[in-house]
Design a protein around this ligand. Structure first.
Ligand code: BTN
Length: 234
């Protein structure tokens, strides 16, 4: 595992994509700032100095992972655990945002790289609002520093990656089930009314469960729907 540190880059995900053949399993690219930080759904990710911006490259064992979404969920769990270790009441907004006090402090953008039809690598891009002075985001956001976390980006990265590495081995060998209870404990919306966006559809219901495959089980007035890809509204 190597950590490549860049002072400034367009996006660590883009950098990894362009250099994928030279990067190894578990290599990390971190940048002090990004000029074109990318979020999901073609959103921009505000990447001023002071935040933690990194992309983790995965190449081995991917055939054993049932869906790319699970890797994103794993990273959300790793970030959540790390924030909680520093006293933050962090929780996951399924599938991949990490919040505290109703405000977002972490977002994850996972991207798959194919060689023809063969999955060659997965890039897990993670942005954590740590101590930057301003965050240009359409989502209500917060920094970990304002929640009392006094850690450098480098220290936090090490903790998050250690959490992720341990859970990746579990996911690869035994699937999501051994992680499910822990994920559910970090998912505070269980039993609550939520609004979901699934492609162009808006769904309303109760977030009833996270199933053994990491899917959100939405109860829409008695009708259960298993959601694998989608977003919860803020
Ligand atoms: C989201 O919440 O929409 C996902 C945000 C992901 C941001 C990270 S920062 C590091 C990596 N490089 C990027 O350009 N994006 C991800």
């Amino acid at each position: 595992m190597a950590i490549i540190f860049l002072d400034s880059v367009t996006s660590t995900n883009t950098y990894c994509g362009r250099n994928i053949d030279n990067l190894k399993h578990f290599d990390i690219v971190r940048a002090r700032r990004q000029n074109e930080g990318r979020g999901r759904k073609l959103r921009k990710w505000s990447s001023e100095e002071g935040g933690l911006y990194f992309s983790l490259v995965l190449k081995d064992g991917l055939d054993k992972i049932k869906s790319l979404g699970l890797l994103t969920q794993l990273m959300a769990l790793a970030v959540c655990k790390s924030a909680r270790a520093h006293g933050v009441e962090a929780y996951i907004k399924w599938p991949n945002d990490v919040l505290a006090k109703g405000l977002k402090f972490c977002g994850i953008l996972s991207e798959a790289i194919f060689d023809g039809e063969k999955l060659k690598a997965v890039i897990i891009g993670t942005g954590v609002n740590l101590s930057q002075d301003k965050i240009n985001s359409e989502k209500p956001s917060i920094t970990l520093k304002s929640l009392g976390v006094d850690k450098s980006a480098e220290e936090l990265l090490k903790e998050i990656v250690a959490n992720f590495t341990a859970d990746f081995a579990l996911l690869k060998d035994s699937g999501f089930e051994p992680l499910r209870e822990r994920y559910k404990k970090s998912f505070l919306y269980l039993g609550k009314a939520v609004t979901m966006r699934v492609f162009d559809e808006e769904l309303h219901g109760i977030a009833e469960d996270i199933d053994e495959a990491g899917r959100l089980v939405l109860n829409e007035g008695g009708k259960r729907r298993l959601i694998e890809i989608g977003d919860m509204d803020f």
